[in-house]
Write a protein that binds this ligand. Structure first.
Ligand SMILES: Nc1ncnc2c1ncn2[C@@H]1O[C@H](COP(=O)(O)OP(=O)(O)OP(=O)(O)O)[C@@H](O)[C@H]1O
Length: 404
């Protein structure tokens, strides 16, 4: 086993005791003083929650649920770190991607197992022969385009909905296509519908906009220093070019046997190239990009979730929300940049948040192949104020220190 491999492994051994220690620390997002019984949940929901193996709420669940379910329901703009259980803090929603909507649908189904309610999935690839059937379900979860189609086709009556949730709310109100569609859906709802926004990140500018569209919201906000998680250790590796990045990835592949990994590329093309190279090298990898059909996307993510492939090569389409417990390593094959070529701190945080779910240990490794990408990473490091250490794969002394 290479030294690099040893170091990564030593950082990945998580125990339930680790998570219990975090739960006792008031600064941890997993900390709570209340039990689920104290949160105003219906008996049947409580049964569903316990059935999912949740014993105690996280901080966001403990804070948000009583406010959402109270006698006087409030609107809310909520921020909580990735992997801290925001999904269990709401019940129906619009999601930015097909995979995330499907995942939220599954969580809702599990949680509502003992309730007499039905859930409709409004995503492409899900409709099969039922395209024009009227919807009788009480909860609708989907992507904005399909929901708008359903409204246009009068497949359900939006004025009957009591709660409207935007998951990954910052992208839902900030990227142009999503914003227009989300606002259009919102216009069809009754004025009294509760309006709930959830995300791990809100740029200041986006938070201002959120406040301007949500009437009298309760705001749950993190400080910048709280946004990144201490259970995710961040590293970078200097490489000469994309070939050397590929070799570094092949080296790390062995570590993944104690978990799974997600590799993020900047473009569909580079993701395709990398997946092809890995396959040629004999590694079993999954590839998921926006170029796949909805059916293919669901197939690929389901296979990956069930552990059939250890490594998923993807783009930002999987950067947010996807919850696969066994992901122990996230690799930024390319440092994330926004449409203007500026380091994208929010996307960075979401990407690395695919590991370290609910207090588990995780590792994020950034591949840096030029001074420019190094400087971009440095500005992300500065933004969150959390160290990103260099791994020099052939320096044993330095590696020993990193393993602490
Ligand atoms: N109270 C709880 N006790 C134990 N596990 C929990 C609890 N709440 C949520 N989880 C688990 O934690 C994981 C992360 O939850 P979830 O996907 O809701 O996070 P999130 O905050 O929405 O993350 P992201 O910002 O990445 O979308 C899930 O696997 C979920 O089953």
């Amino acid at each position: 086993m290479s030294l690099l491999n040893k170091v990564l492994r030593s950082k990945l051994v998580s125990t339930t005791a680790d998570i219990e220690v975090q739960r006792q620390d008031p600064n941890s997002p997993l900390y709570s003083v209340k039990s689920f019984e104290e949160l105003n949940l219906a008996e049947a929901v409580l049964k569903g929650v316990y059935g999912m193996g949740f014993n105690t709420p996280s901080k966001i669940q403990e804070t948000a649920l009583p406010l959402l379910l109270g006698a006087k329901p409030s609107n809310m703009i909520a921020q909580s770190q990735s992997g801290t259980g925001k999904t269990a803090a709401f019940a129906l929603c619009l999601s930015p991607t097909l995979e995330l909507a499907q995942q939220t649908g599954k969580v809702c189904k599990q949680m509502s197992k003992f309730l007499d309610i039905k859930i409709a999935m409004a995503t492409r690839g899900e409709e099969h022969g039922r395209r024009r059937e009227k919807k009788v379900e009480q909860i609708i979860i989907g992507t904005p385009g399909t929901i708008l189609d359903w409204i246009r086709l009068k497949l359900f009556d939006p004025s009957k909905l009591g709660i409207f949730v935007l998951d990954e709310a910052d992208v839902m109100i900030d990227t142009q296509g999503h914003r227009d569609q989300s606002i259009k859906v919102h216009r069809h709802l009754k004025k009294s519908a509760q309006f709930l926004l959830f995300s791990a990140t809100y740029e200041d500018r986006v938070m201002k906009f959120a406040e301007s569209i949500v009437p009298n919201p309760v705001i749950i906000r993190l400080k910048r220093s709280e946004e990144s998680l201490s259970n995710i250790k961040q590293f970078y590796i200097r490489c000469q070019d994309r070939q050397e990045k590929f070799e570094a990835l092949s080296n790390i592949y062995g570590t993944i046997s104690i978990g799974q990994a997600m590799v993020f590329c900047h473009t569909k093309k580079s993701a395709q190239w990398l997946a092809m190279k890995m396959k040629e090298d004999g590694h079993a990898v999954a590839l998921l990009t926006g170029d796949n059909s909805p059916e293919e996307r669901m197939f690929v993510i389901d296979r990956y979730r069930s552990g059939k492939e250890k490594l998923l090569v993807t783009t930002n389409v999987c950067a947010r929300g996807i919850d696969v417990e066994q992901v122990s390593v996230v690799i930024n094959y390319d440092v994330p940049l926004d449409g203007r070529g500026i380091p994208d701190c929010e996307t960075y945080l979401h990407r690395i948040g695919r590991t370290g779910r609910f207090g588990k240990k995780g590792i994020a490794i950034n591949f840096v192949d030029s001074d420019r990408s190094f400087n971009n990473l440095k500005s992300i490091e500065k933004h969150f104020g959390r160290k990103i250490n260099q791994i020099i794969a052939d320096d044993p002394d330095q590696l020993e220190q990193l393993a602490d």
